[in-house]
Design a protein around this ligand. Structure first.
Ligand code: ADP
Ligand code: MG
Length: 450
């Protein structure tokens, strides 16, 4: 029989073929196979950033590889500092920790109202969640929160749970999947009374990803009765989903209408300001010393998803830690290289890099372009930068203005029109802009940083 470490080394051998070299070196090199018991495989990782990165980005690859090698079901757990096998610093699988209704865990403490950054994209959902936690069963019942992946739905639900626990409210948090599994098991094991008691007892029922029950007729029926029983006795229900009730396929009309009885609040992707605020808060939590330019770069890269935003921050920090260097702008570009070259393919390049490239071609610095400097050459370079950021990156006028030192959207709009006209009518300027574009593409493919 192979030891845990031997099994892990075999897994590393396969993983090495699936991720690129720098990634493998950065993330996997310092890991260890710690223990393998039942279906749980514990992997030792050097620090919290690597643990977070694995949680967010590599869990499924690792599990798939281990399942392939053992032919058994495996759930991995990442443990920071292998010396403390049972310490609370161990990273348990998010789902397992979250589904437990006993005392608050590390993950609960991370997902609180205090750590939730409010912006225009999530204000309604946040306020409603807070209202449901403070006055359960009164203002919005049910509260139905929907939005894309990684936008904070689970965070808000966990925040309600944590708040309710501090108020000694009986609160039950489950995922739609867990509800379904428990219902099926209750039927199979003839424990439906126990199931009913569990779900009709709490003051607050929180169901994450409720859309999971769609198409499962008897589970949906059981949820319908649970819903009615709780609602009739004034208990609070909060549900989340990746889409609004009317777009959940196969959802029966009677459930759909109940989901819409209270308040339906959407969470939109955050704008650049909110993304920056979230990153600043996360950076502060980690205690790491990161210059604003690096945070801006990360915020500009991950545009739609906060999980990705966090993953990229962790990636930069882990990279710096492993190299024993400070997280400078250059190091961040290097750490995010794979991501940014993928982004180039989608035509989402990085404003910071664009601004630097334009500045260099005019023998200026990027600070010159973001400053108030007004000489003719600098002003022209700035306008070209606005034009290219807008074109290559698809940023809004406001985002372009922000990237260039807080200019008005109308100034940006004027600059873009002017350069567009120059590019069409002046061969000299056309050539210059094309040359800059070429440099930007090279930079984004990482050639400049190698
Ligand atoms: P969802 O359930 O919508 O897929 P999550 O709630 O799991 O997304 O959020 C993904 C990550 O982003 C979590 O680590 C969460 O803490 C973080 N996050 C999301 N929204 C915010 C926010 N407004 N402020 C701070 N962190 C956030
Ligand atoms: Mg979620």
């Amino acid at each position: 029989m192979r030891s845990t470490q031997e099994l892990w080394e075999a897994a590393l051998g396969e993983i090495q073929l699936q991720v690129n070299k720098p990634n493998f070196r950065t993330w996997f090199q310092e890991t260890k196979g710690i223990s393998y018991q039942g279906d749980q495989f514990v992997i030792g990782v050097p620090n919290i950033f690597v643990a977070e990165y694995f949680e967010t980005n590599q869990r499924s690859l690792i599990e798939k590889t281990l399942v392939g090698l053992t032919n058994c079901n495996i759930t991995v757990r990442f443990l920071v500092n292998s010396a403390q096998l049972d310490s609370p610093a161990g990273y348990t699988r998010r789902g397992t920790a979250a589904n437990n209704i006993t005392s608050p865990t590390r993950f609960n403490l991370k997902y609180t109202f205090d750590s939730f950054i409010v912006g225009s994209s999530n204000r309604l959902a946040h306020n409603a969640a807070l209202g449901a936690a403070q006055n359960p069963g009164q203002d919005y019942n049910p509260l139905f929160i929907y939005g894309g992946v990684g936008l904070g739905k689970t965070h808000l639900l966990q925040a309600i749970r944590y708040f309710a626990q501090t108020q000694n409210q009986a609160v039950l948090y489950v995922s739609g999947e867990q509800f379904t599994n428990e219902f099926i098991n209750a039927i199979r094991e003839q424990k439906t009374d126990e199931f009913r008691r569990k779900y009709r007892d709490p003051d607050i029922l929180l169901v994450d990803d409720i859309h999971f029950i769609n198409g499962k007729k008897s589970t949906a029926e059981s949820f319908f009765h649970t819903f009615n029983a709780l609602h009739n006795s004034g208990r609070q229900i909060v549900l989340t989903s990746d889409r609004p009730p009317k777009s959940i396929p196969g959802l029966e009309e009677k459930l759909r209408s109940r989901f819409e009885w209270g308040l339906t609040a959407t969470i939109e992707p955050p704008n650049l300001d909110t993304r920056l605020a979230i990153l600043q808060a996360k950076a502060k939590q980690t205690g790491a010393d990161i210059i604003p330019e690096v945070l801006t770069l990360i915020a500009q890269q991950a545009r739609g998803n906060i999980r990705e935003l966090e993953g990229n921050l962790n990636r930069v920090l882990a990279y710096a830690k492993l190299l024993g260097a400070k997280p400078t702008l250059e190091l961040a570009c290097h750490a995010l290289k794979d991501i940014s070259s993928k982004a180039t393919e989608d035509n989402h390049s990085t404003p910071t890099l664009i601004i630097t490239a334009v500045a260099e071609s005019f023998q200026r610095t990027s600070q010159d372009l973001t400053s108030r400097r007004r000489d003719k050459e600098t002003a022209l370079a700035r306008q070209i930068a606005m034009y290219l950021v807008r074109r290559q990156n698809g940023c809004s006028l406001a985002e372009v203005g922000l990237a260039l030192g807080g200019r008005n959207p109308s100034t940006v709009s004027h600059a873009c029109q002017k350069i567009d006209c120059y590019v069409k009518n002046s061969p000299l300027l056309n050539r210059k802009v094309k040359q800059i574009q070429k440099t930007i593409n090279l930079k984004l493919k990482g050639k400049v940083f190698q």
